[in-house]
Design a protein around this ligand. Structure first.
Ligand SMILES: [Zn+2]
Ligand SMILES: [Zn+2]
Length: 408
């Protein structure tokens, strides 16, 4: 019997890896705990999970050596396309309409999940995607709304049924602090692990994890898909906070993470096919009554500022997710609606933009960006000739966004 209390498996990939290019060149970073020779994390996971494409270690620093080749695993997007599904478009607000922030990207046979907010496992299984089938997970920052679905995805994905069935370590990349968080979760769920190992005889490898604290730069490279992360501006005390750029062939998707107007997002999104950006709209009357809203608003971008960024970056399509719409109808302050967000955006931007809703999905290929799934009635809306605008706009009067509260 394995020593379940052992932490030898968390032998630590380097803190703040900075992978300069999709090559064997590595800059920065440092070796993890381990033996300083072989960066390794998760028991027996064999080092960096940057992919079967190949990684090497040198003095404990992990390097990506190859991300080419044909898709070798996974199931999503093997025809050269990328598919982006908004699993959750909400914030800390406990709303049944908008689950916590989480985005699924399928490309080259891979399934990658960015942020794991509340309810992400539910949305995945609504799509009949097994929780254990995700190739890698990425975190923008460690605010609770971005990780509170993580224990569920990790633990439930280990159950050996159709919805779970993970048999290899849970692969996760995030900012500094991610490894420490995973180590704490390992301890927190020790009883579940002890019981399921003995009772269900689940494979231990399926609950182990392969965690990487990563800094700005290229962090993942597999089957021709590259994932880079960059700093964003989520407030002076909310650091690190990052966005992601995911590229496959000639196509690019950018996720803003939580941020105010930020030129790194602007640059990353210039020429991108799809920019998924956060947004917040809080009525002045609400801020006047509850000044705490001012600080919340200060951590996020307004529709007007987002429009300015879209106008400069000119993505083929901009989509709002992490939609913070605060109101207090009981005190005569109605919730802003997706239509309000679009109206405010239109003061600075006339191009295609959509207010996303949970399970809305977009396919990106050489013919452009198309909405392939939209959840009518859950708060979507569109402007500027955006794909699927007619159907999505019809949903704009649905629930009118999310329940009141703050967002971080
Ligand atoms: Zn945040
Ligand atoms: Zn957030």
């Amino acid at each position: 019997m394995r020593d379940l209390g052992s932490k030898s498996w968390v032998a630590a990939i380097a803190a703040a890896l900075t992978l300069a290019a999709c090559s064997n060149k590595t800059e920065g970073g440092s070796g993890g705990a381990g033996d300083g020779q072989n960066a390794q994390s998760g028991a027996g996971s064999g080092g960096s999970s940057a992919g079967a494409g190949g990684t090497t270690t040198n003095g404990g620093v992990s390097s990506i050596t190859d991300c080419g080749g044909a898709p070798t695993g996974g199931v999503g997007g093997t025809d050269g396309s990328m598919t982006v599904t908004l699993l959750g478009t909400g914030s800390p607000i406990p709303s049944p309409d908008r689950f916590g922030p989480s985005t699924l990207i399928e490309a080259a046979g891979l399934r990658l999940v960015f942020d794991v907010g509340r309810g992400a496992p539910i949305r995945l299984w609504q799509k009949q995607i097994a929780l254990g089938s995700i190739n890698a997970h990425f975190l923008t920052h460690l605010h609770s709304d971005h990780v509170n679905g993580l224990p569920d995805l990790w633990m439930s994905g280990w159950i050996q049924t159709a919805f779970g069935s993970r048999k290899t370590p849970f692969v996760i990349y995030g900012p500094e602090g991610t490894q420490a968080m995973m180590t704490s979760l390992w301890d927190a769920f020790s009883e579940d692990r002890r019981i399921r190992l003995a009772d269900e005889m689940n494979p231990i490898e399926g609950i182990e994890f392969d965690v990487h604290d990563v800094g700005p730069g290229l962090v993942y490279c597999q089957n021709g898909v590259t994932v880079s992360t960059f700093d964003v501006d989520h407030g002076d005390l909310v650091k690190p906070a990052r966005g992601y750029k995911i590229s496959y062939g000639a196509h690019t998707v950018v996720l803003s993470g939580d941020t105010r107007y930020n030129t790194n997002v602007e640059q990353a999104a210039t020429g991108a096919d799809l920019l998924v950006h956060e947004v917040a709209m809080i009525p002045t009357a609400l801020i006047d009554k509850y000044p705490a809203y001012q600080a919340i608003l200060a951590h996020h971008i307004s529709p007007e500022d987002a429009g300015k960024l879209f106008a400069i970056a000119k993505p083929k399509l901009a989509v709002y997710s992490h939609v913070v719409l605060s109101g207090l109808p009981s005190e005569g302050i109605p919730f802003p609606t997706p239509a309000d967000v679009l109206a405010a955006t239109s003061t600075t931007y006339s191009g295609p933009v959509i207010v996303g809703s949970d399970l809305m999905a977009f396919r990106i290929d050489d013919s452009g960006v198309a909405m392939v799934a939209g959840a009518a009635g859950s708060g979507g809306a569109a402007n500027g000739g955006a794909p699927g605008a007619a159907g999505a706009a019809a949903a704009g009067g649905g629930t009118g966004g999310t329940a009141g509260g703050g967002g971080n």
